[in-house]
Design a protein around this ligand. Structure first.
Ligand SMILES: CC(C)(COP(=O)(O)OP(=O)(O)OC[C@H]1O[C@@H](n2cnc3c(N)ncnc32)[C@H](O)[C@@H]1OP(=O)(O)O)[C@@H](O)C(=O)NCCC(=O)NCCS
Length: 167
């Protein structure tokens, strides 16, 4: 993670980062529907913006290329959603967004961050491990799958370590 002397994280070159606005939601929903089997709907994103959750997005040519959603609770935070549009994957945007979200968690006084990830989602798990998350539990049959099947979730946790940066 590249952090400037002012504490900001450099977005990968060619991309621009800012917080999600209500007007971004239609494009976000297109990515969301392609990224997840049980996608969030419009109301979930609008509620997250309204309630003050942290929703960084990355843009290329003014189009949304990816986003994340972090809910900060008392002394801990939950990474609720993360997706990168298919054409922009494997360019460091997921890494950038997770690093941004971890830095936000620290800024809001949350030294640990939890998330759930599908057992089969080895790509996302690799990203989270790279960022310092560890598996701390599982949830049986947590996710819906095609044909009415269910899939376990892994619960992963990131903790601030003294003397170590957010990633
Ligand atoms: C998971 C996801 C967010 C990763 O975004 P990304 O921008 O492609 O990730 P990055 O380019 O920052 O990858 C960083 C590292 O994570 C790991 N990684 C990311 N995607 C991977 C994949 N499909 N397979 C294996 N490793 C992967 C790699 O170590 C990668 O580093 P490398 O490219 O140098 O090898 C993206 O694939 C996505 O949106 N998937 C669908 C939605 C989803 O699964 N969200 C997470 C729900 S918990």
């Amino acid at each position: 993670m590249k952090v400037s002397e002012h504490g900001t994280i450099a977005c990968p070159s060619g991309f621009v980062s800012r917080l999600m606005l209500r007007s971004d939601v239609p494009k976000v929903l297109e990515i969301e529907r392609e990224a997840h089997f049980t996608p969030w709907g419009e109301k979930a994103f609008l509620d997250a913006i309204e309630t003050g959750d942290v929703l960084p997005i990355v843009l290329v040519d003014k189009e949304v290329a990816g986003y994340g959603v972090l809910k900060v609770l008392w002394r801990e935070a939950e990474l609720l959603n993360l997706a990168i549009a298919k054409p922009w994957r494997r360019r460091g945007l997921g890494h950038f967004l997770v690093a941004t979200l971890l830095q936000s968690a620290l800024r809001y006084g949350a030294p640990q961050v939890f998330l759930e990830v599908r057992e089969s989602n080895t790509g996302a798990q690799a990203l989270y491990r790279q960022m310092g998350f560890e598996v701390v539990g599982s949830r049986k049959a947590y996710y819906a799958c095609p044909e009415g099947k269910r899939e376990d979730a892994w619960v992963m946790r990131w903790q601030e370590k003294r003397g170590r940066n957010a990633a």
